[in-house]
Ligand binder design. Structure first.
Ligand SMILES: *Cc1c(COP(=O)(O)O)cnc(C)c1O
Length: 395
């Protein structure tokens, strides 16, 4: 059969039907599987064939459907589903690293990713060098013969700085290092990370893939050899597998993820255009806007600006809090990629643990508000954000 388009794969990809011929993917909420004979159990433990399962920590039919659909979306050979985004990041890194290895990582990372690199990997003798991810010279200097892996978020949280996947992959591959990309903010809808050079792509599927705020999930994508040979043994023996229930929710999320992410991106673009230059903002950050210093890279790498914005509210923390408290539609929370628009004050929540100097180095000021644009009418969101900015200015 000819190759199918992305949208078709998101609806049908990976489907396995039971003898009942169900339309919607079945939820196999089972921890284990029975064997017809003792000999069959022995044979399956010796070598499980395709679609032969042993135990849900190793694999499950609903989870396998999700993994296959996700691999089709990312154009990766294979995938392993994880209990959360952090189980995926941990699994991707720990499964391939050993004492004495050197890793180069971008500095601007999700807090828990910093914990894995700084607190966990270093304890086991892995050396980590941190660089400014947007600066090619720092990558070139830090990557050296013997570097085993590079790690970065292709679009950083919450300042929306991009890392050039092609450029960093070129530097890494020249010394034989593997490129591990946390691609959450770029979304799997806009990702071309593997064709741009990434070896392993990781998502928190809690974000856009579920997209409706229900379940935690994660996924590690890469070559079949790496996923089955390196990632799977670590994940299946250490217990980071995705639950079948969550995989079922994620499968339903994948059916609409393309539509949702494109609509959310259109909303984000409309908001950026409406609020750019607003006197209440010292800065508006949106990679899809021509004012973004890496606009050209965003276009080349993703072909779109994504669903996230950052607004620097004039007047620091007090003004940012007044703004957040005045919002009527946009919720104050810390998820992202959700159907509901969500605003976050990183300095006092997601990035509270960092010192003031660390926050300053990452561009996380006290007035910075991260905005995840949902599926509401863009005009309603613009009106909500504008009335909140007006309240900040008149109070
Ligand atoms: C949310 C997030 C994670 C962690 O995902 P969980 O599903 O919460 O474990 C990792 N990286 C990035 C960039 C994220 O946004």
């Amino acid at each position: 059969m000819t190759e199918r388009g992305k949208r078709t794969n998101l609806v049908h990809g990976g489907t396995r039907r039971s003898q009942w011929g169900e339309v919607s993917e079945a939820l196999f909420l089972t921890q284990g599987f029975v064997y017809d004979t003792a000999e069959a159990a022995e044979a399956r433990f010796l070598k499980a064939g395709a679609d032969e399962f042993i135990y849900a920590r190793y694999g499950n039919p609903t989870v396998a459907m999700f993994e296959e659909r996700m691999a089709l979306l990312e154009e990766a050979e294979d995938a392993f589903a994880a209990a959360s985004g952090m189980a995926a990041v941990n699994g991707a890194l720990v499964s391939m690293l050993k004492a004495g290895d050197h890793v180069v990582s971008a500095r601007a990372l999700f807090g828990s990713c910093v914990y894995i690199l700084e607190e966990v990997l270093t304890r086991y003798g892995v050396e980590i060098s941190f660089v400014d991810g947007a600066d090619p010279e720092q990558w070139a200097k830090a990557i050296r013969p013997g570097t085993r892996a590079v790690f970065f978020e292709s679009m950083a949280n919450p300042t929306l700085e991009l890392v050039d996947i092609e450029l960093v992959s070129g530097l890494a591959h020249a010394v034989g290092a593997l490129v591990v990309v946390d691609n959450v903010f770029s979304t799997p809808v806009y990702s071309k990370a593997i064709s741009q050079g990434a070896d392993i792509v990781v998502y928190s599927t809690t974000k856009h893939v579920d997209g409706q705020g229900r379940c935690l999930g994660g996924v590690i994508l890469g070559t079949r050899e790496h996923i089955r040979g390196v990632v799977e043994p670590y994940m299946k023996h250490t217990g980071g597998a995705m639950s079948p229930f969550n995989a079922w929710v994620m499968l339903k999320g994948l059916e609409t993820v393309d539509l949702r992410v494109r609509a959310q991106t259109a909303g984000a673009s409309a908001i950026a255009a409406a609020l750019e230059g607003h006197p209440g903002l010292s800065r508006l950050i949106y990679p899809g806007a021509a004012s973004h210093p890496q606009h050209a890279l965003a276009q080349r790498q993703m072909g779109a600006g994504g669903t996230m914005l950052a607004l620097d509210i004039r007047g620091g923390k007090a003004a940012a809090f007044r703004f957040l408290n005045a919002l009527e539609i946009v919720l104050i929370s810390n998820n992202l990629g959700d159907a509901k628009s969500i605003a976050t004050h990183p300095a006092t929540t997601t990035h509270q643990r960092l010192t003031e100097d660390q926050r300053a180095a990452l561009g996380i000021g006290d007035g910075l508000v991260r905005l995840s644009v949902g599926l509401e009418e863009p005009a309603d969101l613009i009106a909500d954000l504008q009335q909140a900015l007006d309240i900040v200015r008149t109070e």
